[in-house]
Design a protein. Structure first.
Length: 325
C-alpha cells in the first residue's frame, strides 16, 4: 500500500525554529517532519456533500486547526502536560469536487496507507460528515484483515439507514460496515441514543444484527463513565482493536449549535469530555474520529468548535494517563 491522497491542510501554523510548546498550535507537528513514528496521527476528511441534511462539516478540519492557539498543552484538571506526547498532522485527504464515491475511496486508501506505514500509531480522523467513518474502517480492515474490529459509537442516531435508498450518505456508515461484513453488529455499541430520533425500522435493523443500543437515559442511570468502561471492556474481550466514532450530534443542542442534526436531550459538554478521557485510557482503542461538526452553523464565539478541540484533547489526556499507569 503506497498510494495516499494527503495534501497540506488549508490552515496550518508557522513554527519558530526553537520553542518550548506551551500551546497546541506550537505542539502539533507536520508528519513529514517527524523523525520517529508519532504517538498519534491526525488527518482530515473534509467532505459533507454526502450529508443527508445540508452541512458545512467539510469546513471543520480547517476550523479545528485554527482553534488550537486558544488551548494550552497543560491539562490542569488532570495535572498532565501533553507536550511530550507526539502528535503529527498528516494533512487532509484531497476531496473530489463532485464525485462522492471517489472521495470516499480516497479516504479509505489514505487510511490504509497510514495504517500500513504506522501500524502501531493511533489515528484520529477529523471529519467531515459521518459517511467518512465507513471509509476509514474499511481502510483499517484492508491492512488488519485477520483482526476483528469493534466500534464504540457516541451518537444520537444509529446510522443504519439503507445505502440502497440514500447512497453512501452520513446516515448509513454502520449499516455499510455490517452489510459489507467489515464488522459484526454484535461488536457495535452505541451510547447516546435518546428520544425520538430513530425510526422503528432502524431499531428493527439494529436488533436483527445485535447492535447494542445504550440510551443516554440508561447510561446516566448506571453512570456514564461506568457505562463507557463496561462497553470498552466488553468490546476488548471480543475484538482485536476498537474504533471510536464521535458524532458531535450526541451533544445537546443547547451547547452545540454548530451541528446539523443537533437535538434536545443530548449529552452535556462535560459528559462528553469525561467519556473521552476514559476512552483514551483504554489500550484497545487505536482509532478515533470526530464527525458532523459544521462551523458555519456555530455562533460568533465558536462554542461547538471549541468543544470539539477540548474533546480531542481529553482523548489525548486519556492516552497519556494510560501510559503513566
Amino acid at each position: 500500500m503506497s498510494e495516499h491522497f494527503l495534501q497540506v491542510p488549508e490552515w496550518s501554523w508557522n513554527h519558530p525554529v526553537e520553542y518550548e510548546p506551551t500551546y497546541v498550535h506550537q505542539w502539533v507537528k507536520s508528519l513529514h517532519k517527524m523523525e520517529q513514528p508519532p504517538d498519534l496521527i491526525l488527518y482530515g476528511a473534509p467532505i459533507s456533500r454526502s450529508s443527508i441534511s445540508v452541512s458545512g462539516a467539510s469546513l471543520y478540519p480547517s476550523e479545528f486547526r485554527r482553534m488550537w492557539k486558544g488551548f494550552a498543552t497543560y491539562n490542569l484538571d488532570e495535572n498532565v502536560d501533553l507536550s511530550k506526547f507526539q502528535v503529527a498532522d498528516a494533512g487532509d485527504v484531497a476531496m473530489h469536487t463532485t464525485d462522492i464515491l471517489l472521495s470516499h475511496q480516497r479516504i479509505q486508501k489514505t487510511t490504509a496507507y497510514l495504517a500500513t506505514h504506522y501500524p502501531t500509531t493511533r489515528t484520529c480522523m477529523i471529519g467531515g460528515d459521518h459517511s467518512t467513518t465507513a471509509c476509514a474502517v474499511r481502510g483499517i480492515k484492508e491492512v488488519f484483515d485477520g483482526e476483528k474490529i469493534g466500534i464504540l459509537q457516541l451518537d444520537t442516531h444509529l446510522d443504519v439507514r439503507d445505502p440502497k435508498e440514500l447512497g453512501p450518505a452520513n446516515g448509513t456508515p454502520i449499516r455499510q460496515l455490517i452489510d459489507g461484513n467489515i464488522v459484526k453488529g454484535e461488536n457495535v455499541i452505541n451510547i447516546g441514543l435518546h428520544g425520538y430520533y430513530n425510526a422503528k425500522p432502524l431499531i428493527n435493523y439494529a436488533n436483527e444484527h445485535s447492535i447494542q443500543m445504550v440510551t443516554l437515559k440508561q447510561a446516566r442511570k448506571l453512570g456514564l463513565i461506568e457505562t463507557i468502561k463496561g462497553a470498552l471492556k466488553q468490546l476488548s474481550e471480543k475484538v482485536d482493536r476498537i474504533y471510536v466514532t464521535v458524532d458531535m450530534d450526541v451533544l445537546d443542542i443547547s451547547v452545540a449549535p454548530g451541528v446539523p442534526a443537533s437535538t434536545p436531550g443530548g449529552m452535556s459538554a462535560i459528559e462528553l469530555f469525561d467519556s473521552l478521557l476514559e476512552i483514551g485510557k483504554h489500550p484497545s482503542v487505536q482509532h478515533i474520529d470526530f464527525v458532523c461538526l459544521d462551523p458555519s452553523r456555530d455562533s460568533a464565539v465558536s462554542e461547538t468548535v471549541k468543544i470539539g478541540v477540548y474533546a480531542w484533547l481529553q482523548f489525548i489526556t486519556g492516552c497519556i494517563n494510560q501510559i503513566r499507569i
